[in-house]
Design a protein around this ligand. Structure first.
Ligand code: FE2
Length: 285
């Protein structure tokens, strides 16, 4: 069902039309319902930040979100003077996570489906487990950029095994912050760090050993290939491929649904920011 050779060569593959318009609309409507329903009055106003200069998010609301449906704000949704939201809550949320695949029937059905299991098997998984899921809103005008990264930094197993499933719920374009990849980088850019719970509290990065031959020039701007995709497209993303997305300064949102799987046979340790709930991660089969 997917082009395994292309996935192995590039580290990602696009499958247009993976979801029908009906399925896309169902998930998009459900996303908007979640935004309508959530109660801002007792929310800690946690922002989701990944910028190079900003502190990475690491409060309890974030750390304990693995088996919940929680809401993280765009950094630029607040007035810099009085700290108040500059727009309605529905247009201020960066992402919703990280337990949609466990708790919301519409997202669970798409995630825990035979199609996904089939793809996981095709790319070599033996015991695929879903460990997190998110709706990323990429709001008009304020949708934050996501700097160059490898997903396995944040979802580390030994050896690395994370794979992202990224589904466009709206057209994803150069204007509203589509993904860009360095094709083949999963084969020649080693993971340099992992994102962990720090002993003193909060989160941070710790170094992994990298071969001395690592050449940082591989991530120059010209190495990135932008992938504009239509709504309903699935992008399967190797956890080691370098990718990023630009800020959304357009008037159109860029809603997507994404979840990640790991190989259950690989070691997942207690330093990772995301820890399984008592029932463990969700086995695809
Ligand atoms: Fe990513």
């Amino acid at each position: 069902m997917i082009d395994v050779a292309k996935y192995a060569k590039d580290g990602y593959v696009v499958i247009p039309g993976f979801l029908s318009d009906t399925q896309v609309n169902l998930l998009l409507n459900r996303s908007r319902e979640l935004l309508d329903e959530f109660d801002i009055s007792n929310h800690p106003l946690t922002r989701f930040t990944t910028g190079e200069d900003a502190e990475h998010v690491g409060d309890q609301y974030f750390l304990e979100s693995g088996d919940k449906i929680r809401f993280f704000f765009e950094n630029d949704a607040f007035d810099s003077n009085d700290g108040k939201l500059t727009r309605p809550k529905q247009q201020a949320i960066n992402k919703i996570g990280h337990g949609l695949h466990m708790l919301d029937p519409a997202f669970k059905e798409i995630t825990m489906s035979p199609h996904i299991l089939e793809i996981a098997k095709q790319i070599g998984f033996v015991h695929p487990q879903v460990l997190q899921s998110m709706i990323i809103c990429k709001q008009p005008q304020i949708g934050g950029k996501v700097p160059s990264h490898q997903d396995s930094t944040f979802l580390y197993t030994d050896p690395p095994s994370a794979v992202g499933f990224w589904i466009a719920l709206e057209d994803s374009t150069l204007d509203n912050g589509c993904l860009s990849f360095v094709p083949g980088s999963h084969r020649n850019v080693p993971l340099r760090s992992r994102f962990v719970r720090m002993p003193q509290g909060g989160t941070g990065f710790i170094d992994l050993e990298s071969p001395s031959s690592y050449d940082p020039k591989i991530e120059s701007e010209s190495d990135f290939h932008a992938e504009q995709v239509a709504k309903g497209s699935l992008v399967v993303i190797n956890g080691s491929v370098v990718h990023k997305s630009e800020a959304n300064r357009s008037d159109k949102s860029r809603f997507i649904y994404t979840f990640h799987i790991i190989e259950g046979n690989n070691e997942y340790d207690s330093r990772n920011w995301l820890q399984p709930s008592e029932q463990g991660f969700s086995c695809l089969y």
